[in-house]
Design a protein around this ligand. Sequence first.
Ligand code: ATP
Ligand code: MG
Length: 224
Amino acid sequence: MKVLHGISLEVLPGEVVCIIGPNGAGKTTLLRTISGLNRPSAGAVRFRGVDVTGSKPYQMARLGLGHCPEGRRVFQLSVEENLVTGFIPGRGKSFAALRDEVYDLFPILGERRGQSAGRLSGGQQQMLAIGRALMGSPELLLLDEPSLGLAPIIIHQIFEIVLKLAESGVSIILVEQNIDLSFQVADYVYALEHGALQCSGPAAKMAADPRIKDIYLPDLDAPS
Ligand SMILES: Nc1ncnc2c1ncn2[C@@H]1O[C@H](COP(=O)(O)OP(=O)(O)OP(=O)(O)O)[C@@H](O)[C@H]1O
Ligand SMILES: [Mg+2]
């Protein structure tokens, strides 16, 4: 089934790009296409200027792509074992160095390193899912709805980390349904609807765009 139609998206080093759009818009499909989990029927994926269309997920990971999936998908293993699953040898840093970086970013994970991931709270599981993606030392990190179902204070902590990662030079594609949050952290925003790009632009410009309201609150303008 064709889900995405003619979408073109670009991310520069250290940039936070947000993809927003209602349920079923195609946001997850787009991320899965970038990371090689879905193969596009047309179009191309280029990473650092190289055509990587059709590459397998493990090949994309080796090139420096990290994917933190929708729903976290942590494994029923200990916290540290989950980090082991994300480690990709040969990307420059050792397992121990990357693990310590993750525990510095998320101290609670270090405290719970021997605990089963299934016993963590939702927010801690989200941190673990991000940490696992960081174990591949990514240059581009895909985050699929990291705020979903979490308390505002935890969301705030996670978004602080997102900004910190971007400042350190990691490029980020963030899928979000939380519009306010998206506009706070993004450099650039793409709005999807029905698998197509409705509008895109710098976050400040998009925040004032009436089309955003039309996508999210369409009934407000409809005749009663
Ligand atoms: N494997 C699949 N097979 C068939 N249809 C699919 C598949 N995956 C997604 N779809 C369909 O593609 C469309 C886009 O789905 P997708 O999960 O990408 O949306 P989304 O924007 O991530 O939504 P949400 O906000 O609910 O996560 C939906 O209509 C969905 O039903
Ligand atoms: Mg989705």
